[in-house]
Design a protein around this ligand. Sequence first.
Ligand SMILES: [Zn+2]
Ligand SMILES: [Zn+2]
Length: 401
Amino acid sequence: MRELVFTGGTVILPDRLCAESNVVCRDGLVAAISKKKTLPRGVQVVDLGGAFLSPGFIDIHVHGGQGADFMDGSLAAVRTACMAHARHGTTTLFPTTTTGSPEQIAAMLAACAEFQSQIRSGGQGPNLAGVHLYGPYFAEDKVGCHSVSGRRDPRPDEYSSYFASGIVRIATCAAELAGAKEFYRAARRARCLITGGHSNASWTEMQSAFKAGLRHVDHFWCAMSSVPSLRTRFGVPMQASMAEFVLMNDAMSTEVIADGCHLSAELLEFAYRMKGAERLCLVTDCNRALDMPPGKYRFGNERDGSWLLSDGQVGWSADGKSLASSIVGMDHMVRQMKRSTSATLPEVVRMASLTPAQRSGIADHVGSIEVGKQADLLVLSKQLKVKKVFVRGEPFEPDES
Ligand SMILES: [Zn+2]
Ligand SMILES: [Zn+2]
């Protein structure tokens, strides 16, 4: 029996900060959170030295890192991207598909399943909780930085094999596409979090999507409908969009890319105040340019994905006119959200851990520092920099990967 005790810092719980508590971990799980001054004998002690102990971050929307995109479809690419994000504090990922061919998506699912089984049989690295099937079912006028040729409407003969693989846990489809409702029903049978994105859907289309199981919208304000975009689509009277639908409906959650480049501080504050920490997730939506020098990179598959330009802060489309996803890890998003909004530290961390865990259905074993949950823990400095990462109670040593 292996025991590890974290002491001498401030523990970040979902609803409060807890100073002077010890967190005891045994066999990879949190065994106790106690105020006891004396530590049991023979345990391994991690002195936090006044730092924060945070739950590991959970990213439900992430494409790659350190030169690799999950859509490259190889075990090596999945491993590289997962390890890169773990260094930034993400201990649980949902690798996210882009648009692409059915063969590319099938290869990505298979590579993720292989990595997942390696980790589950004792391999080193973060948890791969499942895949976010994101592309290819986007609206043609909202494809954004994804390759247009890889976009299509949902067809059961394609997606039934994805769901049958068992690894898809989050499923996106634009609500206005032909076949969207059938897709949502299939995703619901597969017990996925159902989400809509890269979509110009109207209120009415969102209502019927909601009936079919939709409960989340990808990267709020980015590649989604607005009152003006629907006016262009339908004329007058002006109609409510995905934005109003999410803001008015308490059962709907959403996510923000809080890298400081996609959304201004007041939009982050607005999203937090309107949805609250229980319905707003932080995501990285990070591409392969994480921890890479500025330059030109493929978004999606390494052979035929669309090009993006990294300026060292964010990704841009090849023409330099629009953003093309982020290039930073979850630790950056947490610092930015804390700096930009009135959310408390427990709330900001919750948006990067417990809330995405609850929305994606994995909160029974990860997402917060709670007795019985996995000891996925971060030592964060006062400035919220990642000092140490623990996955299932083991120190994560990125250099050994
Ligand atoms: Zn997107
Ligand atoms: Zn994305």
